[in-house]
Design a protein around this ligand. Structure first.
Ligand SMILES: Cc1cc2nc3c(=O)[nH]c(=O)nc-3n(C[C@H](O)[C@H](O)[C@H](O)COP(=O)(O)OP(=O)(O)OC[C@H]3O[C@@H](n4cnc5c(N)ncnc54)[C@H](O)[C@@H]3O)c2cc1C
Length: 412
């Protein structure tokens, strides 16, 4: 069975490697003419690192990343609200990794090229549309740089892993329109700093209305003197944002720094960290309402193409990987692809829709919202007077269940 995977990101290559392991010879088509180390930090939760381990790429990723040990939450005055262990430290069999997106993508590509051969990876192929008949589906391509039409490819099934700007999703759901702005804009960067807190802490500070930070290290000892590459995201409720959703769009310090200038704490000087960042990027927080269907006959959607979500639960890459895992489990060389793609949708569409909706309402950073609202955005004397530890545990535990990485679920 010939599987065509459109989009050479995390979903695309995870699926390609899983299918290759089962004897398929999939082809991957990527719009970009060359692979560049694009993007910044991402967290890979234990459910997804388990899959990456199964395809043999986890060791490479683990050496390039930080094994996340805890999540810590602070208000904008630097007061500690709550911490909980993560990954191995929380008893999982697989680690949680804080990692640069490029350090996920490159090992996936290297493994695929080594196993499947360069003739199965097609750079510079931007999908423009897909058509199908009873027995096959044909993908049409153009050259990303020149717009010149390229030869079309026909296969037994087509999986769109094109990310948030999927041409195939747009073709199947023309009424839908562009991803919708959440009201929160994000500025992001990476910068070399001395380790802070445990040196492996995913840290969230403040709240969206007045300015929230997410900060975690993604590479260790980058200067031979023990410094780390720190990934940060500043998030702010604002009607002002650049309409173009481009991961590489430069951002301007003066547009947001005023909201973070007071966050100079004894455990990390946040404004200094931001000011020392050479390249700042801006990206509006967007998602789409869950679709009622992903699959049309021999073609389906996966990853961000299927379920773009707010990055408030470290789940964009993880859910993409879980999609790939499920489809690869149910697809066999002698399967009827129509049936299998539908079965994949029946399993993964409701599961990921819950994550999309929970990321809007009560992702883990709801811990910060509760404290912000109950204190009226003032410092507190004793956190237990504001919110009990049990209540905070309940927020993060519920999210783990929704997103499929609850400890008991994974071990069972
Ligand atoms: C350049 C870039 C930078 C990113 N940076 C971050 C980041 O810093 N932090 C973060 O949390 N998430 C980032 N993301 C998103 C994150 O990678 C995804 O949320 C997650 O990994 C899900 O992966 P995916 O494979 O579904 O989509 P993606 O990782 O977005 O991969 C989609 C792939 O499809 C390709 N593509 C798009 N359109 C077409 C087309 N028409 N034809 C062929 N190929 C196409 C894209 O070039 C890309 O390689 C980034 C994505 C990209 C593309």
């Amino acid at each position: 069975m010939k599987i065509l995977i459109v989009g050479g990101g995390i979903a695309g290559f995870t699926l390609a490697l899983l299918l290759h392991k089962k004897g398929f010879k999939p082809h991957v088509f990527e719009a970009a003419g060359e692979i560049r180390p694009l993007g910044l930090g991402i967290n890979l939760l234990p459910h997804s690192t388990k899959v990456l381990d199964e395809i043999g790429v986890l060791p490479d990723m683990a050496t390039q990343s930080i094994e996340t040990k805890e999540a810590s939450f602070y208000n904008r005055f630097g007061q500690h609200i709550y911490s909980e262990p993560l990954g191995l430290a929380a008893g999982y069999e697989q680690p949680q990794l804080s990692i640069h997106r490029a350090d996920i993508q490159q090992p996936l590509i290297d493994a695929f090229l080594a196993r499947a051969g360069a003739d199965h990876f097609h750079l510079g192929h931007r999908c423009t549309s897909v058509e199908q008949d009873e027995d096959s589906a044909t993908v049409h391509f153009e050259n990303q740089e020149t717009g010149a039409q390229l030869p079309s490819w026909t296969g037994d099934a087509v999986i769109s892993t094109e990310g948030i700007h999927s041409a195939i999703r747009r073709q199947f759901h023309p009424e839908e329109g562009d991803p919708v702005y959440s009201g929160v804009n994000m500025w992001r960067g990476v910068v070399v700093c001395k380790p802070f807190l445990s040196g492996a802490t995913m840290t969230r500070v403040g709240w969206l209305s007045t300015g929230k930070m997410v900060i975690y290290p993604v590479r260790d000892n980058v200067d031979g003197k023990g410094s780390q590459l720190i990934n940060w995201v500043a998030e702010l409720e604002t009607p002002d944002y650049k309409d173009k959703r481009d991961w590489n769009k430069p951002g301007r310090l003066e547009d947001f720094i005023g909201h973070f200038d007071d966050m100079a704490f004894n455990w990390l000087d946040i404004p200094d960290m931001i000011r020392r960042t050479e390249s700042i990027f801006e990206f509006p927080m967007v998602d789409q309402d869950p679709l009622d269907r992903w699959t049309e006959g021999l073609v389906t959607l996966m990853g961000d193409a299927a379920h773009p979500m707010y990055p408030r639960g470290s789940n964009g890459a993880g859910q993409a990987i879980m999609d790939a895992k499920y489809l690869a489990e149910v697809l066999n060389l002698d399967s009827d692809p129509r049936e299998v793609l539908k079965a994949y949708e029946v399993e993964r569409l409701p599961a990921t829709s819950k994550v999309v909706l929970t990321n809007r309402s009560t992702p883990p950073d709801a811990v910060l919202q509760v404290v912000f609202e109950r204190t009226g955005d003032k410092p507190f004397d004793n956190i237990e007077d504001v919110v009990s530890r049990d209540e905070l545990v309940a927020i993060t535990s519920r999210y783990k269940q929704v997103a499929g990485y609850d400890l008991k679920q994974l071990k069972g």
